[in-house]
Ligand binder design. Structure first.
Ligand code: QAP
Ligand code: CO
Length: 170
């Protein structure tokens, strides 16, 4: 198990489109385990491989209260249903900032697990929102892309400043 470094907005690597996983081997299982560990340590409720600079279609999500239900989804495909609802989202790649985003409250998920077995299930509420947020990462999209240019620019400037400070302190 290993903790992985998380890229932060506005890092251009967060804009890369992830490629489908073709081989389900020990490396993919290790990647899933390391991503779950990194998400739990943060702590967070979702993490996409893009955020740890691995550009493959893998996400992990756990919206349980006690970190007891890790979902590991590979090559996820979503069908959006239900109604749109607003929810205050955050992101491990945009630390300290939270904004309202509108997403579907019900989705159907088709994906593979880390053993390469096909899964299909329905998801609702926070889990559905989180899966949509993490799938966006695989296409280089961030929740700040849904807010106003003014708000996004403010967040970018604040994070740029924090990153410069961190670089200076080494
Ligand atoms: C995505 O985000 C999500 O700013 C997952 O300082 C979040 O786990 C989808 C986190 C909310 C839907 C609703 C954020 C941790 C965790 C921070 C996360 C922070 C520390 C974010
Ligand atoms: Co995120």
């Amino acid at each position: 198990m290993a903790l992985l470094d998380i890229l932060e907005f506005p890092d251009p690597r967060l804009r890369k489109k992830a490629k489908r996983v073709e081989v389900f081997d020990e490396r993919i299982k290790q990647l899933c385990d390391d991503m779950v560990e990194t998400m739990y340590e943060a702590p967070g409720i979702g993490l996409a491989a893009t955020q740890i600079n691995v550009h493959e279609r893998v996400i992990v999500v756990d919206v349980s209260e006690d970190q007891s239900n890790p979902l590991k989804l590979i090559n996820p495909e979503l069908t959006l249903t239900g109604e749109k609802m607003d929810y205050q989202e955050g992101c491990l790649s945009v630390p300290g900032f939270y904004e309202q985003v509108s997403r579907y409250d019900k989705i159907t998920v088709k994906a593979f697990n880390e053993k390469g077995e096909a899964l299909e299930f329905e998801s609702t509420e926070l889990e559905a929102i989180c899966i949509q947020h993490e799938c966006d990462h695989l296409d280089g999209k961030l929740f700040v892309d849904y807010i106003s240019n003014l708000k996004r620019t403010r967040i970018r400037k604040k994070l740029d400043k924090i990153h410069k400070e961190q670089a200076r302190q080494g």
